[in-house]
Design a protein around this ligand. Structure first.
Ligand code: NI
Ligand code: MN
Length: 227
């Protein structure tokens, strides 16, 4: 499994030769100015919730690539209404098997509306797996006891993408506790540094994970890691 970071909560997760793009917010992110939304590949676009810092480039990329959107029923309808032809609605607790593997839609404790304020359904996280690999993408969420359900329902995780920026989501200390809940010590941080409320001290958050005996991976935008 190869994971490439495009800033904020946007990752390309490659599984079985397919690319799953999460929460594309690139053209509005000055930190991702070197990423071109007109060339990045996608076979699927998983959207955790409706906020603009997760959905800004989803429609443009879906239209260019023909990628299938995976999201709440409300976000699915929003995408269809904008001319996206390929979309799959899911609800929390449900799973579906695609050609790269299975997706379980899991709880996230956050809010979810579109930029115009209209309702975007419940915020979600996703677990993606097949017989070779398994990864949890948490979306925007607080630390929640529900994370303990993931190891009961899914194969062992190879890695997890967790928000660490605080203010709108959990911070690194809470993410280290989440790492225990989900039984995964390889954590890729997301949702930090993009704007003022979520700027973090990298040395501090690394120390929190070092002290907990866990790995916190902070990818430079445009770089990849293999699991
Ligand atoms: Ni949000
Ligand atoms: Mn957000």
């Amino acid at each position: 499994m190869k994971i490439t970071y495009y800033g904020q909560s946007c990752f390309a997760i490659e599984m079985k030769g397919k690319t799953i793009l999460t929460d594309p917010f690139i053209s509005g992110n000055p930190l991702a100015k070197d990423i071109d939304i007109d060339t990045i590949p996608a076979d699927y676009i998983a959207l955790s919730h409706g906020h603009q810092d997760h959905t800004l480039d989803a429609i443009a990329i879906a239209k260019r690539t023909g990628a299938k959107i995976i999201a709440s029923y409300e976000i699915h309808n929003w995408a269809l209404a904008q001319g996206v032809e390929n979309s799959h609605p899911m609800g929390i607790g449900g799973k579906w098997t695609f050609d790269f593997g299975t997706v379980l839609c899991v709880n996230a404790v956050h809010s979810s509306s579109f930029p115009d304020g209209s309702y975007a359904g419940n915020p979600t996280g996703f677990v993606f797996w097949n017989e070779e690999e398994c990864i949890y993408f948490a979306g925007d969420t607080a630390l929640t006891m529900d994370m303990q359900l993931i190891p009961m329902l899914c194969p062992p995780l190879d890695a997890a993408i967790l928000p660490i920026g605080d203010n709108f989501t959990m911070d690194a200390k809470a993410a280290a506790i989440a790492s225990d809940f989900i039984k995964c010590s390889k954590i890729i941080g997301c949702h930090y540094d993009t704007f003022g409320f979520i700027k973090i001290e990298h040395d501090n958050v690394k120390k929190i994970f070092d002290d907990a005996g866990k790995d916190l991976i902070l990818l430079d935008i445009g770089t990849s890691i293999d699991f």
